[in-house]
Structures are given as C-alpha cells and as structure tokens.
Design a protein. Structure first.
Length: 272
C-alpha cells in the first residue's frame, strides 16, 4: 500500500434516458485532470447514440491508501463462433469453482439484460458462486467497480505486449485493469463479462487460476445485451465487504503478467 495524497478519482458516466451508454475511470494527479476530462467527454459523444446526460465526478482520494497489485495474466483465446466461445467460458468458470447452475444463471441474466427492467446496468451483478443467487442490493444499478488505474510504467509495458498480439483497442487495457482489481475482492471466485455495446462482441472470463481470458465472440453482432457477473464465496465474505472494496478501495496496477494467445486461427487472426 502507499499514500494516495495528491491523486484524484476522475469518473464519467454517459446515459440516454434510462440506458447506460458508456463510462470511464482514471486515478490521476491534479495537473492531468483537465486532459482526462476532455478525453472522457470525447468518448461520451463517440457512441452511435448521443447521450442526454453526462456525469463527470472529480474526487480527491485524500488520505486513503491505495492497493498496488499485479495484473492478471492475459490469454487471448482465438476461438471461433459464439457457441464455442461460450463453451470455453463456461468450462473456465466451472474449473474456477462456479457451480453449473450459477454459470447458467449468469448467462441467462446477461443475455436478457441484468437490470430489473431487462436493460443494462451501470454496475455488476454479484452472485453466489454455488447457488447463482444475486446478492447486490440494487438490481437496477448493480455494484460498480471504481477507483482503479494503471501506473504509467505498467501501462506502457502492457501496451507493448498487447500490440504484439494485435490488441490495440482501449477496451482491453481498461477491462484488464478492472478485472485485476475485481480478482482481489475478498471471497472472489471468478468473473464473466461481455459488453452491451451492439458493435463490440468480445468478452472475457477471469479467475486467479486462469487469469484474464479474452474471447472474441460472446454474442451476435448487433445484440445490445451484456454486463458483468462477479462470483463470490459467501462463506468467506458478504455483500457489504464486496461492495466497499469494489466501489471505494483505490487500486493501481503497477506490474503486468504474462500476455499470450492461443487457439484456432491464432496465426492469422488479428483482433482489436
């Protein structure tokens, strides 16, 4: 841990009506705030649907201590087709200790939309890894993992490694940082995620044993359903501890893990 004096949490959320469109997070010193805010505003208006609300939050971390962690190893699994990608994801989740019924429940919720009205949520579902029971108090909002970033050196190292794999999209950098923070939540078992962006089909599964496993086709092109499921062992933790860590604990990823690719078509396929 180290002191976070001088750092600010900068967060953006864009929405159209009740629909969440995009979000972004950084932990930065004061001189970088204006640059980061401008980039977040540009992103908010880069979607096909213009937002009618953009919320920017700039919050000093004060004397809170930051957890410094190493990123999960990254495996870019170049599997072909939605069915095969989902089969691979399900197998990884079960190997990590998520019961089959919980895996099935998570896929069902993400396919229909995890919020109470069947739409997207700002945050994650938190699920019992054995029963599939949803634990988050607000099923319209979920629990949003926040206050995380890369150190400058780790970000540069990661960018070099991902470029060698053809992974240049900013989403991969951000998703790996987020998944790495989530993997340190007390009682963590595994995570399943894919985007609700209709134009972005990739998703991932993550656990401490498998690392971050990126899958290129977790849904059909044009599908607007998606989200995040965090599976926990309720014998080791409770939803209050999980929520406090995910939403409030600052984390900086200061070192990267191994980055590699495997799977059918790996030699020929470039994914970003």
């Amino acid at each position: 841990m180290s002191d976070t004096s001088g750092l600010f949490s900068v967060r953006m959320r864009a929405a159209s009506g009740a629909r969440h469109l995009s979000g972004a997070e950084r932990l930065v010193p004061f001189p970088r705030i204006s640059t980061v805010v401008q980039k977040f505003l540009d992103r908010a208006w880069s979607k096909g649907i213009p937002p009618d609300e953009v919320v920017l939050t700039v919050e000093p971390l004060g004397d809170r201590c930051v957890h410094k962690i190493q990123a999960l190893d990254l495996l870019d699994l170049r599997e072909e087709g939605v069915s095969r990608c989902r089969d691979a994801a399900s197998g990884i989740l079960r190997s990590a200790g998520v019961a089959p019924q919980a895996v099935q429940q998570a896929f069902s919720f993400l396919d229909r939309g995890p919020s109470e009205d069947g739409g997207a949520m700002r945050g994650a579902m938190v699920m019992d890894a054995l029963t599939g029971e949803r634990l988050e108090p607000d099923r319209s909002r979920g629990v949003r993992a926040s206050r995380f970033d890369w150190s400058d050196d780790a970000f540069l190292s990661l960018s070099e490694q991902l470029a060698r794999l053809g992974l240049t999209h900013f989403r991969t950098h951000e998703a790996l940082a987020l998944a790495s923070k989530i993997s340190f939540v007390p009682g963590f078992v595994a995570e399943l995620c894919w985007s609700d962006d209709p134009d972005y089909r990739a998703g991932y599964v993550a656990s401490r044993s498998s690392g971050y496993v990126r899958l290129p086709s977790m849904k059909d092109l044009g599908a607007s359903s998606g989200g995040r499921a965090v599976f926990i062992d309720t014998k080791q933790t409770d939803i209050g501890i999980v929520t406090e860590y995910l939403e409030r604990q600052p984390v900086i990823v200061t070192a990267i893990g191994k980055c590699r690719t495997e799977g059918t078509g790996a030699a020929a396929l470039t994914v970003s």
